[in-house]
Design a protein around this ligand. Structure first.
Ligand code: SF4
Length: 440
């Protein structure tokens, strides 16, 4: 009898890759994917669990599915990923509605879990979270034109506020040939944009080859026919060297968009948070990158209200942002995560952390608006992603837009989904650009 399942993928892009691997395994095993959990045999909830907000979202989702199960509109609930990994000793007691749980080292056991639940039972598997990364094929869920390429798993940086190393294990680079094979397969299926991810991609290769290999990887990715854009996310600021900067600057396929989470700029706070490098190192790096990579778009992530951040340190961060004019900024209020050193340190309350995060976004808004306005009157290359029935526009992204976190380009034209168009920008509004397709 055909069995159906739905999959809800929460959290980061790395977790989405795990979800895509489970889609592949379930499909191979003959389970049919359905879009809605209601009426399905099974729901797989691939969770995030690194900060309070993410944990609440995961628990709310589990309880919603439990409601469906109580009303006989769903047979089984399988919970995977970071939440069960972090709370492996208590999750089944706290949430008895769950039928099976898989930790971050056990995504490969999804079919066994599904079969056990179908047979009226359940399983709980937590393989070593620092074991070599499983090379499992995936069903790409991000559309025909772009896909994530996860090159490593885990993290050894142990930033004092972060629970990820305790959840995702030690840093493990994937075999570079396996990564390139996956990229070739993606390109063969029409993917034009490869988004390179890990917790820290700058460290790629150090554990496996004893040297940094990101520059080499970018060089070889660019040799793959069909790959047009290589986008780099999660670069650690003190891991840049001349080889990497030259490769980014020289390689036409590496989009001039770099995501470099810095978290803060104040020396004491960076030191307390076990972040390598100083505020001046970050300033010098950004200056060098802007000088050596024309048209560079910088993205960063910040945490407001970190332990040790009083008015003066917060002011210093705001002054830095006014000076650096970073085009893309994400900011989180500090969330003291149990089990991390920072959770034991004195810090402002969550309301104040939220207020400061709001001030940073207020400060950033005119900087990001001015950046968007700078595109008006220019003709830019846009990756067309879909036609929006509601607005009757084609919708795509420029090199300055990463999926789901930045703006989009709405334009009139005849470009096909998954193709590139030359778009003349006529206006900008709220982080999005508007224009019309022109002959390239
Ligand atoms: S680099 Fe720091 S913040 Fe990022 S995953 Fe690793 S420990 Fe967490």
């Amino acid at each position: 009898m055909e069995r159906t399942f739905a999959l809800i993928s929460l959290g980061c892009a790395k977790n989405l890759v795990n979800s895509e691997q489970m889609l592949y395994l379930m499909d191979e095993a003959g389970f049919r994917l359905v879009s809605e959990p209601e009426g399905a045999d099974l729901v797989i909830i691939n969770t995030c669990g690194f900060i309070d907000a993410a944990k609440s979202e995961a628990i709310d989702t589990i309880l919603q599915m439990a409601e469906l199960k109580r009303n006989a509109k769903l047979c089984g609930i399988i919970v995977t990923g970071c939440l069960p990994q972090r709370y492996k000793d208590s999750i089944l007691t706290e949430l008895p509605e769950i039928d099976a749980v898989l930790g971050v080292g056990s995504f490969g056991d999804i079919v066994a879990a599904a079969q056990a639940v179908i047979d009226g039972g359940g399983i709980a598997r937590f393989a070593d979270s620092s074991a070599p990364v499983d090379e499992i094929p995936r069903v790409v869920s991000t559309g025909p034109s772009w896909a994530y390429l996860r090159i490593a798993e885990g993290c050894n940086n142990f930033c004092a506020f972060c629970a990820i190393p305790y959840i995702r294990g030690r840093y493990r680079s994937r075999d570079i040939e396996a990564v390139l094979d996956e990229a070739r397969d993606l390109a063969a299926h029409g993917v034009k944009e490869i988004i390179v991810i890990a917790q820290d991609i700058t460290r790629y290769g150090t554990d496996r080859y004893g040297r940094r290999c990101l520059a080499e990887l970018c060089h070889r990715l660019a040799e793959i026919d069909g790959v047009e854009w290589i986008r780099l996310h999660y670069l650690y600021p003190d891991q840049f060297d001349d080889e990497l900067i030259d490769e980014i600057a020289r390689n036409d396929k590496v989009v001039k968009y770099l995501d470099i989470p810095i978290q803060h700029i104040n020396n004491n706070i960076l030191k307390c948070m076990n972040r390598r490098g100083s505020g001046d190192d970050i300033r010098a790096l950004f200056k060098t990158l802007r000088e050596r990579i024309p048209g560079l778009v910088l993205r960063t992530s910040l945490i407001a209200g970190l332990p040790g951040e009083d008015e003066a340190e917060f002011e210093e961060l705001c002054d830095f942002l006014k000076e650096a004019r970073i085009e893309r900024v994400g900011v989180f209020p500090f969330s003291p995560e149990e089990g991390t050193p920072a959770a034991e340190m004195p810090h402002v309350d969550s309301e104040e952390a939220q207020r400061r995060a709001g001030l940073i976004m207020e400060l950033q808004a005119p900087i990001m608006d001015a950046f968007c306005q700078s595109f008006v009157g220019r003709t830019i290359k846009v990756l067309c992603e879909y036609f929006d029935e509601e607005s009757q526009y084609l919708v795509g992204r420029s090199y300055a837009d990463s999926p789901d976190i930045d703006g989009q380009v709405y334009f009139c034209g005849s470009c096909k989904e998954g193709e590139f168009a030359a778009v003349h920008i006529t206006s900008a509004d709220g982080g999005d650009l508007y224009g019309e397709e022109v002959k390239a």
